[in-house]
Design a protein around this ligand. Structure first.
Ligand SMILES: *Cc1c(COP(=O)(O)O)cnc(C)c1O
Length: 451
């Protein structure tokens, strides 16, 4: 029988080029058509339930179809859907900034609105270069970034990324970036443990700053968690050391908190673990609870002031996006901050995080192919290796992670490993029974694929 679901799958494959996909894979694993969502669950057209432990690409913060956020957007929808954001403004954008200033690291108080994470990174890079240009340092034209970094997919953002899977083929058209060998705690070259090391691996950054510091506008980093690289976690000490280097060499610290912000690491922002303030912070994903595409590049008054001058001096930041400050997105973002506060979401999630992490450790740590288990907040990652002693990875052609993903889907769990790193990054509202279920499924599926 040809069902409505079959028909939609057929049409989907006829028209849609899905993100980050080899479309030929869809011949075997058809697109799953989702009809509705509630809390951590998604429901498909063909009547299956899925637990969304990847928060729909790390953006869903408080569950699907959260009543409060939905109502906030509905109210806004009947009031004002969009307005040009040059010369014009609206109450929800202003409210959002006022609420954010109270929770952001000190000094971040000027808000530049964009409409996705990559574009916030681009805005931050341009802003940093122009600041230096207008304050007597036009030679600062370079950017630094860490190995294994991920900052998005547009040309500038992709350039500073260091994950070959995404950028290798485009190298001929990308910016020339100064690449710092970043922290790699599982395979630490110093043989140390990131829980109590002194971030000795900052050495590589020090050398780069010495050599290139006076030519560099900014360094862009993912604070504490390099998510796309496989949820690689490093010490807050590294962040505070970087902050010092940046001060010494007049290099901006751009913190990409697109994935780590909004309680994912157990604190509001990953930078809070180190008690540092970046010069520019980029936010997206959790910003709107995963409801609407919006992003921010938030900066200091010091940077803002370098652009503030009579018009004819040509110092303005001539950067814009059509949907800058979209009111629907701002309404969602305001409600998210209210919910985080009213319902003590981050504190409660942190209590559950301890349970979740223990559960994962108990289940996985003794398995012969589990090389590393790392966690921060509700983010937990399990790195599978062929040989635990040497930490030798599996041959990537085996696509172990992908096989596990397909098995888990059959058992109602959206796992979507990064390479051979199985990870959990659920909405902050996930409860213990769902944690039990997803950990069991992940373990069963792993055993099914690698014994
Ligand atoms: C997702 C992500 C981005 C890119 O955001 P998009 O909205 O997908 O462009 C940038 N940096 C980090 C750390 C991310 O996780």
């Amino acid at each position: 029988m040809h069902t409505l679901n079959d028909e939609l799958v057929e049409k989907d494959l006829k028209y849609i080029w899905h993100p980050c996909s080899q479309m030929q894979d869809y011949e075997e694993l058809k697109p799953i058509i989702i009809k509705s969502g509630e809390g951590v669950n998604l429901y498909s057209m063909d009547g299956k339930k899925y637990i969304d432990v990847v928060s729909s690409w790390w953006c869903n913060l408080l569950g699907h179809c959260n009543k409060r956020i939905s109502n906030a957007v509905k109210n806004q929808l009947d009031t004002l859907e969009h307005v040009i954001f040059a010369n014009f403004s609206h109450p929800k954008a202003i409210e959002l900034c006022e609420r954010l200033v109270k929770v952001l690291p000190k000094g971040l108080e000027k808000f530049c609105f964009t409409d996705n994470g990559s574009s916030a990174i681009e805005a931050a890079m341009k802003m940093s270069f122009q600041y230096h240009y207008q304050t007597g340092n036009p030679q600062k034209t370079r950017f630094m970034a860490l190995s294994d970094a991920y900052h998005g997919e547009t040309i500038g953002a992709l350039s500073i990324g260091g994950v070959d899977l995404y950028s290798e083929i485009y190298k001929p058209v990308l910016l020339d970036i100064i690449r710092i060998q970043g922290p790699d705690c599982y395979r630490c070259p110093y043989g140390l443990n990131c829980k109590n090391c002194q971030a000795q691996c900052i050495e590589s950054a020090k050398e780069c700053f010495k050599k290139w510091g006076d030519k560099t506008a900014a360094i862009v980093i993912e604070p504490l968690v390099q998510a796309a690289a496989g949820m690689k976690i490093y010490s807050p000490k590294y962040l505070s050391e970087l902050r010092k280097l940046c001060n010494e060499y007049n290099v901006h610290l751009i913190a990409d908190e697109i994935a780590t912000g909004y309680g994912r690491t157990g604190k509001m922002f990953a930078c809070d673990h180190a008690g540092i303030s970046p010069d520019i912070m980029c936010l997206s994903k959790g910003l709107t609870g995963g409801y609407m595409p919006m992003a921010l590049a938030v900066t200091t008054k010091k940077i803002y002031d370098a652009f503030y001058a009579p018009y004819n001096e040509g110092k303005a930041f001539m950067h814009s996006h059509t949907y800058s400050g979209n009111p629907l997105a701002c309404a969602a973002a305001c409600e998210v901050l209210k919910i985080l506060r009213d319902e003590n979401i981050i504190e409660n999630a942190q209590k559950n995080a301890i349970y979740f992490n223990n559960l994962i450790k108990e289940k996985f740590s003794t398995h012969k192919n589990v090389g590393d288990i790392r966690s921060i907040g509700l983010i937990n990652a399990i790195e599978l290796v062929e040989d635990k002693a040497t930490k030798k990875p599996f041959d990537s052609k085996l696509r172990i992670g992908y096989q596990i993903y397909k098995e888990a889907l059959k058992k109602s769990v959206i796992l979507r490993p990064l390479g051979d790193v199985i990870y959990f990054n659920p909405p902050l509202i996930i409860q213990k029974d769902d944690m039990d279920y997803v950990v069991n499924v992940a373990y069963e599926c792993m055993k099914m694929i690698i014994n």
